[in-house]
Design a protein around this ligand. Sequence first.
Ligand code: 0RA
Length: 690
Amino acid sequence: MAKTAVAETEETKNDTTGSNGHAPSDNGSVTEAGKTPSLHKVVTDYDANTIGVLEGLEAVRMRPSMYIGDTGIRGLHHLFIEISDNSIDEVLAGHCDKILVTLGKDKVVSVTDNGRGIPVDVNAQTGKTGVELVLTELHAGGKFGGGGYKVSGGLHGVGASCVNALSEWLECEVRRDGKLYRQRFERGVPVTKLEAVGKSTKTERGTTVRWLADDTIFGPLEYDPERFLRRIRELSYLNKEVAITFHDQLHDQEPVTFHHERGIAEYVAHLNETKDELHSKVIYFFRERDEAQVEIALQYNKGYQENLFSFANNINTHEGGTHLSGFKTALTRVINNYARKSGFLKEKDPNFSGDDVREGMTAVISVRLPNPQFEGQTKTKLGNSEIEGLVNSIVGEGLAEFLEENPQVGKAILDKAFLSAKARDAARRAAELVKRQSALESNSLPGKLADCTERDPSKCEIYLVEGDSAGGSAKQGRDRRYQAILPLFGKIICVEKARVDKALDNAAVQALITALGAGIALNTSGEEDDKEATSKFDLSRLRYHKIIIMTDADVDGDHIRTLLLNFFYRYMKPLVDEGHIYLAQPPLYSIRVGKDEKRYARNEAERDKILKEIKRKDVHIGRFKGLGEMNPEELSETTMNAEKRVLVQVMVEEAAEADQMFAVLLGEKVEPRRAFIEKYAREVKEIDAF
Ligand code: 0RA
């Protein structure tokens, strides 16, 4: 699925590094690189300084994951992010307004910008050209100073030299001073000097970096254009100055250009496209102070989700930080002040909580600052304290003014916050009831749950199955020591369309919450800090570390699976983030060969492949209508037995896209759903996988 990565995990192999087994330490490619003739040649040509560089590059090749996260699909595409970030630095510095990205037939990726061009003169200290420094020294970018808002210190802000080290070859071309310069590297090592190879016009300046990723590190180079598009789209919204063109020649596509003159205001409009808007105009503020730029766009929709995305120097600050808290504090204050001033809230009424004023809000906060401090577990939390007050005052002034000038919008927002406050009250009571019930009867597990005997959660699994007959087969087919079965009756409520109080009233939802034992991530306290919300969901009390959704391979089954994923995503997000959610892959076909051999296929492609393999006449193909049709042995053998089954682990990489996908698949609007399904009709198999 384009929107949400779903990784196949092999049972028994518990690999969390994302390494694909092609790491150089496994196959000796590092020593191989160390023996390349060109390396020796270069070493004799250069001074002691070069040796340090070579050690640096070798360190990158030895432990690529430490520098780019992993050596799988994600790491492969991360190379592109690193290189495009360099061009974006030129955009931020005000010297570049066009970027061209191509994915070639030969799997060579190239990024061209019309910035100043990497310096070609020799640096006195190192005796090297700017081009060579940028491409061979770790973190060389910053050494040029250059000022401005460097996209640095982000998740893996490791720079072009890492890409170079992890490429079979890389070429850099610079257009500057009327000349065209070129230098070539192999596995990070220069194999030519920087040479003037042609002319460029005086006005034509810029840099091209093209590379062939090293398949001894990444395995087969499987490029996914969606991953390019995702970052390009994001960058074009965040940097309204630039037009970015993507030309996917590998998949025979025409070039597409992304340019959004209204920047993040258009981003918010796009994120809300799939939803019913509460007001037509996106609210937008921009201000510059003390070398920092703050840009904010927000728009309410009629839904119940809060969609807040924050960026600092183009890095998605998933963990939030000072810019986000400045925004939240100001928003709550301004709306409460406005509610009191307009007489909507009377003296005796309590204030709206932060969650109340953010219900149904889509917002993007983007700041640019000279020295961003990134903190937090994944280094995606902005720490600069000066930003908090700046954002707070910009939102404070801007929003108050907007509400004065647009009283109808103001009234609609207050009405929404009011309903949210009422629902939150009801939800608090419902949540307390759920909690009290489980506290009162501490063994009060749902009646339908067939629990396992093992008590160590890390060894336990729970199968969520659809209906009674499937539940029956699953109960007989399981290994009762560590596999529990929870049959779900009736459809789980669509939480996308229901407020919390309704959601918690649903029997299937209650059964799930009690069976899993970890509570829900829901902020009913009204406290500003989100920690409150997550503290209510206690992963340490989770009773099963694998939660496996097992539904029929038909339209109904797909729908139930989507509803369950939606519930987990909205109410138990840590389960998704920590990779506890899995999808069972029951077969659709049974293929009986002669008398004794029986094989299974999960889809038509697999079925046809098997039929080709066996090439026999006495085969009988059966199609399962549902899980309930399988006998317990079949279900065990194909879908539940840990030695034989295949599970798909659910992971969400891009919150913005997951959010939109749920809105499209489950929301109120029919038109975007039709468009989505038409667009992805050919990839229906992948949509199924979610
Ligand atoms: C260092 C200094 C200057 C520009 C760059 C690096 C630069 C790097 C990359 C990487 C891709 N595209 C790039 N464009 C520029 C400033 C040079 C000057 O002052 O002229």
